[in-house]
Design a protein around this ligand. Sequence first.
Ligand code: SF4
Length: 501
Amino acid sequence: MIYLEQNIDLYNNDIRAMLQAFFDNEKVSLVEADTRLSLQVQYTDDLDVETGVKRGGYVTYILADREGYRQSRTVVVDYYDKALARNPLKAGLYRLLSAYTGKSLPWGSLTGVRPAKIATAFLEQGRDEAQIIRHYTETCLAERQKAELCIEVARREQRLLADFDFKRDYCLYIGIPFCPSRCLYCSFTSYPISSYRGQVEAYLKALYSEMELVAEACREKRLVAVYIGGGTPSALSAEQLAKLVGRVKQLFSSSHLREFCVECGRPDSITEEKLAALKSAGVSRISINPQTMRDHTLSLIGRAHTPEQTIAAYRMARKAGFDNINMDMITGLPGEDIGDVRYTLSCLKELAPDSLTVHSLAIKRAANLKLELDRYGSLLQGSTNEMLQEVDRCARELSLFPYYLYRQKNIPGKLENVGYAAEGKECLYNVLIMEEKVDIMAVGAGASSKFVFHDENRIERVENVKNVDAYMERIGEMLSRKRRMFYEAGYGTVQPDAGRD
Ligand code: SF4
């Protein structure tokens, strides 16, 4: 427990994020309880003539622990000017915490989830690469490799987004919240299909009513990407899956469609019949996710498939004609070290997928792993920068290049998730959802739609309930929420329901 005391809480989120980055999500409390460390942040409104700061003159951090360690650091800055003060304040705190822990973080004082956005903004302003690298490494104290990664991702994203019409284009996300079993680290909306078989048809019926509303509302817009995720869509029966993709084809125009992706994440859910159904409906990209090629880790994390099933499913998909296959892997799985990561990579190299997405294990609130941390805590060595460098090396050897990047909260060491792809095989949906430039129409339990109000520079979300039973019961309410937002966002073809939420 870390005790945090501030006389003003202007930078509360930044300070907490930095403490959590150094102390692996240790709780930060505003009450002085049994704390091992305390941080006082004092903002002093003194005029500082010498440095020209006219208001909000000093911020002093005082770090102290139970063993008598005490250090302070003062930053002179106009702290009311957040745009200018934020980076020096974060860097000051970073240096203090780094000196105390003896740790340096690969991302330095950067705590945001989309670090490549900085590079994008600078490129748009016409800054050169050297200036951008200096910003990352000197202002934000990040490693040079992270700076270069962000620039590379930003450049590729710019190219990929160059010819979209952000006001007219939109994406469709369809959530299938069923899986063959629940992975230990899962924090998504996911239910074991074996216990829900009887309800799947009712779920699909509710889903189709949402899809119909979206199709009606978006008649004048251009659908550019469809993503069926979850969950594991391929956990549906071949017949259900064929009907689902058929329904997409029937309801939505494909004249501007650039990709149609389906998550077939669990190799044990893939069959020739399902692949044929996807192929004939025009699905252009699928994911087959090994996560690791170590058998014992797979059983430890609750994935009921073997590495051999991954290989067989992959070959089956190639045979079915899929020329854009993504594979996901996770670094930092329980019991896995760098040797295991190298082993998984060597297996994936033989398969040569068209894209590779690496996730640093994140333990979120909803995950079983969080509940079982006591049991697995000793096995968790965490994702390391070295593991990610190995993945980066292997991806480049396969001619796969980074095109999207994000960091999640609760990743030990605050490391990143990166999507690598061969030229022309990038997942546009991933980039579009990350950049928040086009509307995302999301249907299904737990799905979250995003409406971008370009002229007002704001985004509104419409969230569906997560619980699958509640979703089916309250589908009328989900439809009404969407109708209202369609109306507000100026989708002329739809009227809101009178008197309903
Ligand atoms: S496959 Fe994905 S959605 Fe399904 S249980 Fe595992 S992590 Fe969750």
